[in-house]
Design a protein around this ligand. Structure first.
Ligand code: GTP
Length: 355
């Protein structure tokens, strides 16, 4: 079976991490983020996958080549201008080899989902649907596309990001399309699947079905959800074919070092060659390769970029430190603060609660 992976977005909500690296390629528990979904798709029977690239396209082929490393075939279709989600699907479909009746799996490159992809494909075939969407259940559907279904599973409406969503079933960003349906998406212009394609297919009387499964699911689009997703991979809450769960709560990649008196846990991933000094505490965080947390520093629910340094006694909570930046001694960064790549904060430049 073939699949299309949407990986052309700019990942603006995850800046500054996405300035140098596209969101789907950010390191997540030792591998690029998208590798978790790609290998899950492979294990569900996908043998060939078309990457729909745009932003920093060349980095994807550098990371994945022809796919042989993962035991599948990977090809690349690059948009000159971003075509939006459905425009990208239409554009990438030129590289598919299957016939018009075949199912094609479409994945967003920034989702972590433990749902049963094989069961979604089987439901699509059984219903002879044009499109079958994975729908997941969330507590607050206002930030998502709410998708009510009839008792027989047929989608009855698409309500994008509404203050009054009709249901807490939301579009989870994993679709099965009948290939011939993709050819109806207009070519050569930007098209949104959520705002245009799905509502139009529904209005045209096509069979659109919801596959509802409330397995682990996370849209890894913001720093907070990125950190949570990586920690869940490390702890095994999100099952991935390429990660073994770490009961002790931390994943240390090659060459990472942790001083004996440091405390590291909560699903923290410590990148290749990264170092954590004596007495430091690192909780539920992501340390990219070659980053340094000096003695006595505290890092909680934060990302420390590649080669970045958190100096002695500094505190980070819910923050992002860009690649190569330095947070000088004694700084206290809280509440979503983002330090740009290569910035240098001198000693106690930022202090929220001075003693
Ligand atoms: P934000 O800018 O933070 O909203 O992130 P994003 O650019 O990734 O957008 P969004 O999260 O809505 O995208 C969902 C998925 O579709 C991601 O995997 C994106 O890489 C992908 N995507 C979004 N827009 C495009 C596009 O124009 N072309 C392609 N090929 N993929 C896209």
């Amino acid at each position: 079976m073939e699949a299309i992976l949407l990986v052309g977005g700019q990942g603006t909500r995850l800046r500054p991490l996405t300035i140098s690296t596209p969101k789907p390629l950010l390191p997540a528990a030792g591998v690029p983020l998208l590798e978790h979904q790609v290998t899950r798709a492979r294990d569900a029977g996908v043998t060939r996958i078309v990457f729909a690239t745009s932003y920093r396209a060349e980095m994807f082929s550098e990371a994945f080549g022809d796919g042989a490393r993962l035991g599948m075939e990977i090809v690349y279709v690059t948009e000159d201008e971003p075509l939006g989600t459905a425009g990208a699907i239409r554009n990438a479909s030129a590289a598919l080899t299957c016939d018009g009746d075949s199912p094609v799996l479409i994945l967003n490159g920034d989702i972590l989902s433990g749902h049963d992809i094989s069961a979604q494909i089987a439901a699509h075939e059984k219903d002879k649907a044009a499109v079958t969407l994975h729908l997941t259940l969330v507590d607050d559907a206002r930030r998502y596309g709410s998708v009510p279904t009839a008792p027989n599973g047929r989608v009855v409406d698409f309500v994008e990001k509404s203050p009054n969503p009709p249901t807490n079933q939301v579009n989870a960003g994993c679709y099965v399309f009948r290939r011939s349906v993709i050819e109806h998406i207009p070519a050569g212009r930007a098209v949104s699947a959520e705002y245009e394609t799905f509502p139009e297919l529904l209005a045209g009387g096509e069979v659109i079905c919801g596959y509802v499964e409330a397995a682990y699911w996370l849209d890894v689009g913001t720093p907070a959800t990125f950190v949570r997703g990586v920690c869940d991979l490390v702890l095994g809450a999100m099952p991935s074919p390429v990660v073994s769960p770490h009961e002790h709560g931390a994943l240390l990649l090659d060459g990472a070092s942790v001083a004996p008196t440091a405390r590291v846990g909560g699903g923290t991933a410590v990148g290749r060659g990264a170092a954590i000094g004596a007495g430091a505490r690192v909780e539920s965080s992501v340390l990219f390769d070659r980053s340094v947390v000096e003695p006595g520093a505290r890092v909680v629910r934060s990302v420390v970029g590649e080669g970045a340094r958190v100096c002695s006694g500094a505190v980070l909570e819910d923050c992002v430190v860009g690649d190569g930046a330095t947070v000088g001694p004694g700084n206290e960064l809280l509440n979503g603060l983002r330090v740009w790549p290569n910035a240098e904060l001198s000693a106690t430049a930022v202090r929220f609660s001075p003693e």
